[in-house]
Design a protein around this ligand. Sequence first.
Ligand code: COA
Length: 249
Amino acid sequence: MERGEVFVSGVRISYLKWKEFPIVYIHGSACDATIWKDQVEEIGGYALDLPNHGMSDKVEVSRIDDYAYFVAKFVEKKLKKAVLVGHSLGGAVIQKVYENYKEVVKALILIGTGARLRVLPDFLIGLKERPRETVKIFLKYAFSNEKIAEKFLDIFVERSFILLKDLILCDSFDLLDKYRSGEFRIEVPTLIIVGSEDKLTPVKYSQFFKNNIPSSKLVVIENASHMVMIEKPKEVNDAIKEFLRINFV
Ligand code: COA
C-alpha cells in the first residue's frame, strides 16, 4: 500500500492506495484511512483521511456537506467517477456526495450507516465530561468482540475531541424525510452492509435503505456489530467483490 495526497482548495487530503481501482473508502467518526486496511489490500482503491483526521489537514467543518465537498473534489481530480464506500459518518458523507455531486458517483456501498444518525445524548455529554468512561461505553456499542474493542480504547480516548465533533455532525444529519417523500432518490446500484448486532446503526436503518433505494441489495453479517469491516473482513470483502462483479464486469 502507498500513501499519497491531493490538495483540494489548498487543503491536503491524504490517502492510502493499492492498485489503480475506482473505489474510494470513507471512514467513520474518529477513524482514518487505516480502518479500511483489509479492504484496500484485498480489493484495491483509495482510502481517504477526511480533513481533521489521520494525516489530512485541519479545516473548519460545520456540516456533513463540507466533508462531502472534499470527497467529491478528490474523486473528480483522481478518478473522475468512483464507487463510494462509506462507514457510519462516512456513509452520511457519501449520501451527501450523491445528493450534491451525482456526476462523480458510479455506485454506493453503505456500511453500518443510516438515512438519519441521531446520537445518544449520553455520548455527547459524556465525551465532554468523562471522555475515557464514555469512550469505553461507545466502544462496547461499536464492537461485538471485546478484545478488538480494547485495542481501540487508547486511540479513541486520545481522539475523544474529534469523536465528539464527528458525533455532533452525525446528530444533525437527516435525509429520512427526503427519502420518504422521494425528494432524495438514489438511482445507482447500491450495496448495503450491516452487522446483525449493530447497536449504533441498527439493522432497521439498513432495512430502511433497502426499502427506499430501488436498485439495492442488503447483506446482514452475523455476529458483528458496528465495526463490521474490522470484525468480519472476509464477509464484507466477499459482499463487495460480488457486488462489483455483478455490476461492473
Ligand atoms: N433509518 C430508519 N429509521 C430511522 C432512522 C434511520 N436512519 N433513524 C431513526 N429512525 C426511526 C426510528 O427507528 C424511530 O422509529 P420508531 O418510532 O418506529 O421506533 C424514529 O425514526 C425516531 O427515531 P430517532 O430519531 O432516532 O429518535 P429517538 O428519539 O427514537 O432515538 C436515539 C434517539 C439517539 C436514542 C436513537 O437514535 C439511538 O438509539 N441511536 C443509536 C445510538 C447512537 O448514538 N448512534 C450513533 C450513530 S453515529
